[in-house]
Ligand binder design. Structure first.
Ligand code: NAG
Ligand code: NAG
Length: 178
């Protein structure tokens, strides 16, 4: 009698263990988040945010010139106006990576500073084919609220002053995360 009591107890704990494992193995539900904001890429004038740091030898280092590498720390704002509310900054680099100037390869961290996403980042990589009206880059990962994030962002040029190398990009990020 005592023996069967023990075996029932151990059976029950085994069942409980199996149940726990099953619950833990269940995948967590993913959330979808959409973020729309503007990136201010200023290479001249007041408060420069993008600087050419490398390029082809004996060639000018400038936008659209193949091989020119920029380091950037661009404002991300809610509106197209540079003075609208800041939600974060784009830290990283881009390199003009098409011989004909049609592509700017981006490697950026979007570092959020406002509200619920403060301190979280999204990692961006992709071909900004800047001559197209609308183009896409990948969201390859993220940190904080965006751990294990994946997604994409559509980019549109909202303002362009090519002679002075200044531009405002509209970002529309769609991201899946936990
Ligand atoms: C540049 O930064 C200064 C100091 O933060 C600010 O007063 C000024 O309005 C900024 N200029 C532009 C064009 O954003
Ligand atoms: C952002 O992109 C999503 C899906 O890609 C779209 O449904 C939405 O209308 C876009 N929002 C803006 C403001 O462009």
């Amino acid at each position: 009698m005592a023996q069967s009591k023990i075996s029932i107890a151990s059976l029950a704990s085994l069942l409980l263990l199996a149940l726990t494992i099953t619950i833990e193995a269940k995948p967590k539900q993913q959330k979808q988040t959409n973020l729309v904001f503007f990136m201010h890429d200023w290479e001249s004038g007041d408060n420069i945010t993008a600087v050419a740091v490398a390029g082809l030898p004996n060639k000018p280092w400038k936008p659209l010139a193949f091989g020119t590498l920029f380091a950037i720390d661009d404002d991300l704002t809610t509106g197209v106006d540079r003075k609208s509310a800041q939600i974060g900054r784009a830290h990283g680099l881009y390199v003009y990576s098409a011989l004909d100037g049609s592509d700017c390869h981006m490697l950026l961290s979007l570092v959020f500073t406002s509200k619920e996403y403060s301190g979280s980042t999204l990692e961006i990589q992709g071909a900004d084919r800047l001559l197209q009206k609308s183009r896409e880059v990948s969201v390859v990962s993220g940190t904080g609220k965006f751990r294990l994030a994946r997604g994409y962002a559509t980019l549109e040029t909202a303002f362009l002053d090519l002679p002075n190398s200044n531009a405002i990009l509209k970002w529309n990020v769609t991201v899946f995360h936990y």
